[in-house]
Design a protein around this ligand. Structure first.
Ligand code: GLA
Ligand code: ZN
Length: 668
């Protein structure tokens, strides 16, 4: 099979159908920019079905054909992301209701009801027709389902479906009332139709309800996605499907959506600034790793900007070089593509000032066009690395359901628990050392990892504690923290002490209470070996029940009590960090631990601001280096390696400000 990274963009020819000269020029420009694919039809419904039941696919056929004849593949979208005005006006039920049950007016996008039978039927019809017409076209390589599935609808149809979902889940109202603890404030339900979704002006204090509503929303979207897939598969059973995901998107549990998709893809819009971008690079790396981990296989970078975004407070341009560093970062973490939003800048409406490959100006002598073109060449030069994999010995637990539950709770720190920031604090320690990390949720498989890091594991879904126990028993190392094992999967607190469900035994301790600190308040972690670190936000007061203290609190009425512990359990051990520590702690702690465990690193000596990642393929191993520091950095290599772009063997690499390099460090 021909190895090739995809390089392309969202392409919206439907906005330019009256300008055949521009459509013609687009093809030339795509070729010049070394683009080999485009995503077409994402928001084209009004052009594909201008009136109910009247379809016009001829323009799309022409576009796909002309792309194909010029060596450019089509990622074909289903158009459900934006509904045509005629449909929205005619069928009120397809418009969402807000959390105060106010119906949306016509307009916007990504705002259809996921339950509406009419919308589902219209989507089925058009998807089938698209599949019938284009499913076997040699130019079409992938389905792009809808666009950025997102949001929630509170309409009566959705609420009815929710009641049915609950009935299936709990069987009886007695069971539901018990699991949701509804005796509290007289919130006991006596019939299923009394149950409404959590709402701003309604029920907000029944945590089990809120959690189940979020779970239901994910399930409803999953069901909608399945129907979209079923429709496109009617005529195109072999064409793979993807849906573009987003980062910091916690409205749905992406781990529940992954199995229905053949490929994971996502849209990444980091906000790069002038100077040192190491922290932004770390956050972005984390999300690339999350996306790769969903299916443990290469993913697609479906959207990114060639220059700036326009939905942020300011539209900062990428500094020279950053296009290369940021695009290669995605590839370094497992992307097999670099794609943009969008190819040609719209002339009107709300995205007319968003970065694009081709500006309103129209020429190729713009910085963004040249950046894209150079990147396209770069991807061709390194094509042998396409399809290679990342092998991680470290897994971090990121569980969205647990996050939902801890955010909904009142206490112990309503002014901010900072779950994702905390994940990043742990992650940074590995990332800056070139140690690859996978992310798993509580349904994930832990076997095969050496180290599992599970910060703030507030909610335990049934069975996860057993996985953690057997992982450690068989020799694995676990790092847990404060705010772990407080509630079960229905958000009911464990009786008999924290951390619940047997984790107390695993960590060898009992967590009696949590002290929530005000912003600005601190405590200290004093390690037995002498070092001290600042603690903040949450401090768990714990008692040893077999674990050994490695460090104690330095202040307050719990001064001298354990703050960092380790417990031998079977052939492995479990660490427990009782409070949120300053970043330096994680650096030192994981430096030592990774040495003890002999964790593989992409590179031993990595200068600050440089990111080093390893992808392993059938033919060789590839070292990816990206410099986010904004300053020139020299990277020494342990052995002479071949720089793929230049074909020159190197013992060291000199990286300019936001430069990137790819080296074959070993052939197989
Ligand atoms: C999202 C959407 C695109 C576009 C970009 C702009 O990712 O999927 O259609 O609006 O944002 O950044
Ligand atoms: Zn609805």
């Amino acid at each position: 099979m021909e190895l090739k990274f995809l390089h392309g963009a969202d392409y919206n020819p439907d906005q330019w159908l009256d300008r055949p000269d521009i459509l013609q020029r687009d093809i030339e420009l795509m070729k010049e920019a070394h683009m080999n694919c485009v995503s077409v039809g994402i928001f084209s419904w009004a052009k594909l079905e201008p009136q109910e039941g009247v379809y016009d696919f001829d323009w799309l056929e022409k576009v796909i054909k002309s792309l194909y004849e010029n060596g450019i593949s089509t990622v074909l979208a289903t158009p459900s992301g934006a509904k045509p005005v005629w449909m929205s006006e005619k069928y009120e039920e397809i418009r969402r209701m807000s959390s105060s049950m106010v119906r949306d007016q016509t307009g916007g996008r990504h705002n259809h009801c996921y339950t509406s039978p009419y919308y589902r039927e219209k989507v089925r019809q058009i998807n089938e027709k698209l599949a019938q017409r284009f499913g076997s076209h040699p130019g079409v390589i992938l389905w792009h389902l809808s666009n950025e599935y997102g949001g929630t609808c509170w309409c009566p149809l959705c609420q009815k479906a929710f009641q049915g979902w609950l009935q299936k889940k709990y069987g009886t109202l007695e069971e539901l009332n018990h699991q949701w603890w509804t005796a509290f404030w007289s919130h006991t339900y006596t019939s299923w139709d009394q149950i409404h979704a959590p709402m701003a002006n309604g029920e907000r204090s029944t945590h089990g309800l809120t959690l189940d509503w979020k779970r239901f929303t994910t399930e409803q979207v999953r069901d909608f996605i399945r129907e979209e897939i079923k429709a496109v598969r009617t005529y195109a059973p072999h064409l793979p499907v993807t849906a573009n995901f987003m980062y910091y998107f916690t409205e749905y549990n992406y781990f529940k959506l992954k199995d229905d998709l053949d490929l994971i893809s996502w849209d990444s819009y980091p906000q790069w600034k002038k100077g040192d971008n190491t922290e932004e690079a770390c956050s972005t790396a984390l999300w690339h790793d999350v996306m790769r981990s969903l299916k443990h296989q290469p993913f697609l970078l479906m959207e990114s900007t060639p220059s700036c975004t326009n939905w942020t407070p300011v539209s900062r341009l990428k500094r020279p070089g950053m296009h290369l560093a940021s695009s290669m970062q995605a590839v370094a973490h497992g992307a097999d593509s670099v794609q943009y939003f969008q190819f040609r800048k719209s002339r009107g409406s709300s995205e007319k000032f968003h970065g694009a490959v081709v500006d309103h100006y129209g020429g190729t002598d713009t910085r963004e066009f040249q950046d894209v073109k150079n990147l396209g060449q770069f991807l061709e030069d390194i094509r042998e690395a396409q399809g290679s994999q990342i092998k991680a010995q470290v897994a971090m637990v990121l569980d969205v359901e647990s996050f939902w539950a801890m955010e909904d709770a009142q206490g112990p720190r309503n002014c901010g628990l900072h779950y994702f920031e905390t994940l990043k604090d742990h992650y940074r320690a590995f990332w800056s050392r070139g140690i690859p990390v996978d992310f798993v949720d509580e349904e994930g498989d832990l076997s095969g990892y050496r180290l599992v890091v599970a910060p703030m594991l507030y909610l335990l879904r049934a069975g996860f504690e057993a996985k953690l126990q057997s992982f450690v028993e068989q020799g694995g190392v676990l790092v847990g923290t404060y705010h772990t094992g407080l509630v079960n999967e229905n958000d009911l607190c464990y009786l008999g002490g924290w951390p619940g469900a047997g984790l107390a035994q695993l960590f060898g301790l009992w967590h009696e209470a949590t002290d929530g600190l005000w912003d600005g308040e601190t405590n200290t972690l004093k390690l037995a070996e002498g070092k001290a670190y600042r603690l903040s936000e949450l401090c768990a007061l714990i008692h040893l029940k077999g674990a050994k203290a490695l460090g104690v609190y330095g202040e307050d009425f719990y001064e001298g009590e354990p703050a960092l512990t380790v417990n031998q359990f079977g052939k492995g051990r479990a660490y427990y960090l009782a409070a949120k520590a300053e970043p330096a702690f994680y650096g030192d702690f994981y430096q030592k631990l990774s040495q003890e465990l002999g964790l593989a690193r992409a590179l031993k000596e990595i200068p600050y601001g440089v990111e080093a990642c390893l992808r392993e393929g059938a033919e060789g191993s590839y070292l990816f280096l990206q410099n986010f520091s904004g300053e020139e950095k020299r990277v020494e290599l342990p052995q002479a390696s071949l720089e793929l772009r230049t074909g020159v063997p190197r013992k060291e690499v000199l990286l300019a400000g936001y430069d990137a390099a790819v080296l074959r460090i070993a052939s197989k």
